[in-house]
Design a protein around this ligand. Sequence first.
Ligand code: MOS
Length: 764
Amino acid sequence: MDNSGAYFVAGALPEAASPAEPLPPWTSTQVVGARLPRVDAYERVSGTAVYPIDVVLPDMLYAGILRCPHPHARVKSVDLAPALALPGVRAALGPASPGADIPWYRAQGRAWSRLLDPHCRHQGDEVAAVAAETPYQVADALKAIAVEYEVLPFVLDEEQATAPGAPPVHEGGNRVGEPAVYERGDVAAGLAAAAAVVERTFRTACELHAPMEVHGSVVRWDGNRLTVWDTTQGVFAVQAEVARALGLPLAHVRVIGSYMGGGFGAKLEAGKYTVLAALLARATGRPVKLFLPREDTFLATGNRPANRLTVKLGAARDGTLTAIEITSLGAAGAYPASAAATFMATELYACPNVRARDETVFIHAGRARPMRAPGYPQCAWALEQAMDELAGKLGMDPLALRLKNVPRTAQRRGNLPYSTAGLEECLRRGAEAFGWERARRARPGQGTTRRGVGVAACFWGFSGGPPSTAIVKLFPDGSATLTMGASDIGTGTKTVMAMVAAEELAIPVERIAVEHADTGTTPYATPSGGSKTVPTDSPAVRAAAAAVRRQVLELAAAQLKRPVEELTLREGRVVAAADPSVSLPLSALEGLQRQGVLVGVGTRAPNPEGTVTVPFAAHFAEVEVNTATGEVRVLRVVAAQDSGRVLNRLTFDNQTLGGVVMGLGFALTEERILDPATGRMVNANLHDYKIPTMLDVPVEMACVAIDRPDEGFNSTGTKGLGEPATIPTAAAVANAVFHATGVRVTDAPITPARFLAAAGGKRG
Ligand code: MOS
């Protein structure tokens, strides 16, 4: 399926040779499912948590990167001497320096560029780097580097990228591979048989990554071994890429993640900054800190690509879909990346006749990258607005049209049944919590103030799988350490994993310490992304704790002279299930006292065959539109989520509401703006690139958790949440705007100007 390659390797085996012992589903839980604050809540809110950007090492230098100011240029010469002559400057690298030719952006069997490439293909491409004693000296040194550019013609628009004569981004034309086409049934026949057909073209904006912690690393050499403190979603991915770039054994690259301030897909892979910092550190014999200024992150750390999507739907009189046709054109930016955006349309609704086509092109702008559900919010924007329009044409309620077409199987994946399928429940229970029927019938306001409601639905493509390994250590006082490779990207991973271990060991969460995200000390984990961290890693954590539990019960059986089957764990004690008077605190376990520690290793069992597991969601929004000014205010949102078992209702709500807010940015404000005359980004800062602030967030936001454990999928019954929590929000808002005003705004974001233009067009 599309876009999954960024998150895991299909068919990979778990780290440990012994397969995980099958664990029966939890019948009742003490810790799992509770509303618990995060295990690191105090550290996070008090500012005592040390993020990579906070790391300061003795004798450390600071570093920065000089970037190309043009959308397309060739570097004719770079003079580093004026920078090196400045006080405090200790090293500088240009395109001719050792290491500058390290291949970068590998895809389709070739390297598409170099670490410092004299051919710059977008504004922000890396040209040179310096290290100095202070950040101010770094800034002065970057200004002092003299670069001569040959400025070249550029192309920014995905439709013009493949036109004859368009300036090539790379040799061989501006198509990133051949268009991908999927087809089932007979779309022409399905459309011919339809009682109603809608067709419309939509465009989404290029959204920029804006995690709270900017990208960067602190690096230190210890002989020929490198330690990297990196703000990353995947320490092992960074280790592999940095080791390859520098020609080092994996064991000589230790990547420490610890806290990290958000990633959303922009920190799944290593950045050039880490390797540049390592080269500067080697040249100077000093540790180096290189964090990007916010402006640089907007130019060079990736984006959700803009997509042009055309959707054609056909349905019978009763609303049964007879055909779905969708085409997408998206921009990878200057280097290979996926801009595919049609997958969801091929499985969200039951339909025998489907055709989908994805085309991705190069343009002279920053590279696309995974961003919270890559491709899916774009697809929802188009498909779910087209469904809304189709409902109108059929005279049906848009909720009823969706319920009519709920699929029973994964139609693109062998028609296999879903292990659990919560789409219908998300639609029904979300509608009930929202008060859909009443809100839909309510009068839509007066004068220029109009109110309306809209709905949109989604699934997210997969739920992870092996490999994952976790380690639990139980100490003689009955406290435990959980060691896992996964990063906590802000979602509460440490907290929910500690809860899983606590559940299995029957000890309070407070008695568990979590060590995580360190290639030097923790077992392997795939990057935290793709909404797969909980369903991938929590079963390994449960298995590790269960391995300790088994050892505890065996030691206790010997000590108490009871059969092991009679014993269980309860509130920090071993007890005989049938006779509560037989009881032993963990701290009195003689075998554990002698041994010092019990170690359990757990692995993620393979996914079951014959079913497909995906999370579902349905979002409901109410908006108020000022038809005179074009302003849209979102009054309330209800998000119904089927993500299997809810491990912690508090972090579940956090994730969901965060996803909704991100979706509001997609719907209303977020947009990279490139100046067509100069090719430069005009809003590469947090003032002009508008992510939602507190004032944009509706007062009323609610999460409906379906909370049905998917016991057939894995031992914790969990599916993913992070991405399905944002996919349908924007489409629900657009549909609410239409309900309020009768104006269909096809291009995101719905700015006042776009609304007024669309409203004018309608009147005209
Ligand atoms: Mo992501 S786009 O789930 O890192």
